[in-house]
Design a binder for this molecule. Structure first.
Ligand code: HAM
Length: 416
């Protein structure tokens, strides 16, 4: 038997119903914030993804040479593609440019629950502004998209990479030393961070300051620990952002978390992540922040920020929280009682469909009893029984599938 590739999934019609519902809610939320949808290709030139991250990223990609010998890759994310699109075609658009997208992404990850090789992202990019209000609105929108989709337990963590890098330069850490520290910070292994700093000959007090800043969510404490001017300015901006998030958007359950480093190489400045604790190991639902790619891709420098939500993980979180997804329903199931009734029944079905009504019809020529059973398995609200005696009176029997109540109705009245 042929099997589905590792890390990919098929979706049943019930799953697709849930996915479509969640996508619709997300789309509506993006649009209430003035974002407009764009779409980019599923594959891009490999260079688009190695330009910032270098060749090491190839390990994590589905990359290949096509028949013309071009090096291509299935997109692992959509930020680089959207910025490529912007630089190629959208630079003259009025700013800020607010773009959102849905798209499948491909990563050569080790699959597990919540982590796939093919997965879907819902994301957005805002181009042309880096005011506190732009960043606050972006972060609040990420939160609202998930909240409106129905996820109840969410944790929003906000950090700032410029503060971290100014501390790194204050302590004169080399690029290699920073590279060594980042994965440790990412995994919250703060003792190891401290020991590594000591190994790099950083004074005990300084090593403590850095590890303290990484661990506390008390903004005042961070303020007292910071000595560098750039970091102070960035912290003030962060304070403005969180104040807006709280006061204007009513989001209270956020935390300052300076240990957010983000996996991708293009971030600068404010960064954030949203978690659903119910998901366990793969609990990160959303990640984003401010980043720099435009200049690298040959465009005129302008600020950019964005985020992407793991669509599949959102569905998983909703399922774990027992979210009641709307049930798929059919408006009416039509049952021709005899073969002679088929033509008229198909015609009624077609007339109703043209009015946007969801109609199915018995295509197996089974009896009324079996058809009614099938209709209830389809969750049909009504059944329409088309029999010879009824037809003589230009009528049909309409059965309410919930109550079982039946009544004779004129076909012309139904179509009206
Ligand atoms: P990311 O954190 O790599 O960021 O991915 C965003 C989200 O995609 C994650 O939080 C997670 O929910 C989901 N995700 C990532 N990998 C997988 C996987 N293997 N299986 C299932 N879900 C996954 C980005 O991709 C950035 N482009 C976000 C961004 C947009 N930054 C600025 N603009």
């Amino acid at each position: 038997m042929l099997k589905i590739p590792r890390g990919t999934r098929d979706f049943t019609s019930e799953e697709m119903q849930k996915r479509r519902y969640v996508e619709e809610v997300m789309r509506k939320t993006f649009e209430t914030f003035g974002y407009k949808q764009v779409q980019t290709p599923t594959f891009e030139t490999l260079e688009l993804f190695t330009a910032k991250s270098g060749d090491t990223i190839i390990e994590e990609l589905y990359s290949f040479a096509d028949k013309g010998g071009r090096d291509l890759a299935l997109r692992p994310e959509l930020t680089a593609p959207v910025i490529r699109f912007y630089v190629e075609k959208l630079q003259m658009e009025p700013k800020p440019l607010k773009l959102y997208y849905f798209g499948n992404c491909y990563r050569y990850d080790r699959p597990q629950k919540g982590r796939y090789r093919e997965f879907k992202q819902a994301g957005c990019e805002i181009i042309g502004t880096d005011t506190a209000e732009a960043n606050a609105e972006l972060i609040a929108m990420a939160y609202k998209v998930l909240e409106n989709a129905g996820v109840k337990k969410l944790v929003l963590n906000i950090g700032n990479l410029n503060i971290l890098s100014s501390l790194f330069s204050q302590f004169k850490l080399t690029k290699d030393q920073q590279k060594y520290l980042i994965p440790l910070i990412d995994k919250s292994m703060f003792e190891d961070v401290f020991n590594a700093l000591r190994d790099f000959n950083i004074k005990k007090e300084d090593a403590s300051i850095l590890t303290e800043i990484l661990q506390t969510s008390d903004i005042k404490k961070i303020e007292n620990l910071i000595m560098d001017e750039i970091a102070e300015k960035e912290l003030q901006e962060l304070k403005n952002i969180v104040s807006l998030i709280e006061k204007s958007f009513g989001i209270k359950n956020y935390q300052i978390k300076m240990s957010i480093v983000r996996g991708l190489d293009y971030y600068r400045g404010v960064v954030f992540e949203i978690e659903a604790p119910s998901l366990g190991a793969e609990k990160q639902l959303c990640g984003g922040g401010a980043y720099e790619l435009i200049k690298l891709f040959g465009g005129k420098e302008t600020p950019t920020a964005g985020f992407a939500i793991g669509f599949d993980r959102t569905i998983l979180a909703l399922e774990l929280e027992n979210y009641e997804f709307p049930n798929p329903t059919l408006d009416v199931f039509i049952i021709p009682v005899t073969e002679d009734m088929v033509e008229k029944s198909l015609n009624i079905a077609q007339n109703l469909r043209e009015k946007g009504i969801k109609v199915d019809i018995d295509l197996l020529r089974r009896g009324v009893g079996k058809s009614l059973k099938y209709a209830s398995s389809l969750n049909s609200k009504k059944a329409m029984i088309v029999g010879p005696e009824e037809l003589e009176k230009d009528s049909v029997t309409i059965r309410n599938m919930k109550t079982g109540k039946q009544e004779l109705k004129k076909i012309s009245d139904i179509l009206k």
